[in-house]
Ligand binder design. Structure first.
Ligand code: 5GP
Ligand code: MN
Length: 334
């Protein structure tokens, strides 16, 4: 589909639903709220519906109070999706990533747009997709620019976009942080994004328990396998309860083992009510997207992916450690 056709569709007020992946992160909420703020400014009736709750450190995002959690109000979510003219799917590549919202979205006759940077996306009516992009927030910036509306990016929109680019690039350090990304960031700061305040809002807003959970993970739960350039952390339900776990508390912990010299592959296994949630991170050429797709029913990016397991925590770790024998050479040489 041509851009002009999308422009025509958006040229009159529409009922729009924006949705994003479950357990939304900074890029998911930043991109969704930036787009929602923009579409509202353009006279549309736009609403963000998430599959479940998201961390408190994102609740300052402009427009946050309008977001609906589809898990709390399933019928409302279904109705709004069913009556939407356009559905924007942000920061995910397959409908299974939005859990219970997948069916209503699939069944809806709305025009469906994907804006995303994950690998191997399923087809949508209109796709604004680039795996090279640092973040979905970068793509939303480029999407607004493509529609000729860069000048409409105000402080609210800029703050949302800055947040997702910042979180998805590991604060501008991953290889995806190109010169173009820095130019976009400069534009966002000029448009009013308060970079210093946003960093504090997101990274220095933890509870005491969260900081102690991080200390516990690194001090007592870290397993390092230097000969395979791998390290991993496990967390049981009981351990999470001891630190009064809140959504978002485990975010980012998986990155710490990569600070050890020689470690190229880091994993965290988290026991949840619905199974084991796994996060994979790598540096170099070892693709955790492929590793997760092949072994843990997940995916994501080459250097950051998620997955899941229905085995027990211990069995999941045993499966993982056994797999390392097969992958060790790839990891070490990456
Ligand atoms: P995280 O480990 O932070 O949950 O996810 C890392 C990256 O992989 C994020 O970009 C996330 O959207 C993606 N991701 C996480 N879990 C899955 C999954 O099960 N399937 C796919 N396709 N992507 C995932
Ligand atoms: Mn993203």
């Amino acid at each position: 589909m041509e851009n002009t056709e999308l422009l025509t569709i958006l040229s009159s007020p529409k009922r729009i639903v924006i949705t994003t992946h479950k357990n939304p992160d900074g890029d998911a909420m930043g991109s969704s709220l930036a787009l929602c703020n923009y579409l509202t400014l353009k006279g549309h009736n736009a609403l963000v519906i998430t599959p479940n709750e998201y961390p408190d450190f994102l609740d300052w995002l402009p427009g946050n109070s309008t977001v609906k959690n589809g898990k709390d109000i399933p019928q409302f979510a279904k109705d709004r999706i069913a009556e939407a003219d356009i559905i924007f799917c942000l920061d995910f590549n397959t409908l299974s990533r939005i859990d219970q919202l997948a069916k209503p979205v699939e069944e809806s006759t709305a025009f469906k747009v994907l804006i995303d940077h994950h690998q191997q996306p399923q087809p949508f009516d209109f796709m604004f997709h680039n795996v090279e992009a640092s973040s979905t927030c970068q793509l939303v910036f480029e999407f607004i620019d493509m529609l000729g509306d860069k000048a409409l990016i105000n402080k609210d929109i800029a703050s949302c976009l800055y947040t997702g680019i910042m979180t998805d690039t590991g604060s501008f350090k991953f290889p995806s942080t190109t010169a173009k990304v820095h130019r976009i960031i400069a534009d966002l700061i000029e448009a009013g994004a308060d970079n210093s305040a946003i960093h504090r809002n997101v990274f220095s807003a933890y509870t005491e328990n969260r900081l102690k959970l991080l200390g516990f993970c690194i001090g007592q739960k870290l397993v390092v396998i230097p000969e395979k350039a791998t390290a991993y952390i496990t967390l049981t339900k009981e351990e999470l309860a001891k630190y009064s776990f809140q959504p978002g508390d485990t975010e980012g912990i998986v990155n710490y083992p990569l600070d050890i010299k020689g470690i190229k592959f880091s994993v965290i296994f988290i026991e949840r009510e619905d199974g084991i949630k796994i996060s994979f991170r790598s540096v170099g050429t070892f693709s955790v997207n492929q590793f997760s797709r092949a072994n843990f029913g997940g995916g994501g990016h080459d250097n950051a992916a998620g997955g899941q397991s229905t085995l027990s925590l211990q069995q999941t770790v045993e499966k993982f450690v056994t797999l390392l024998d097969t992958y060790a050479a790839d990891i070490i040489n990456s």
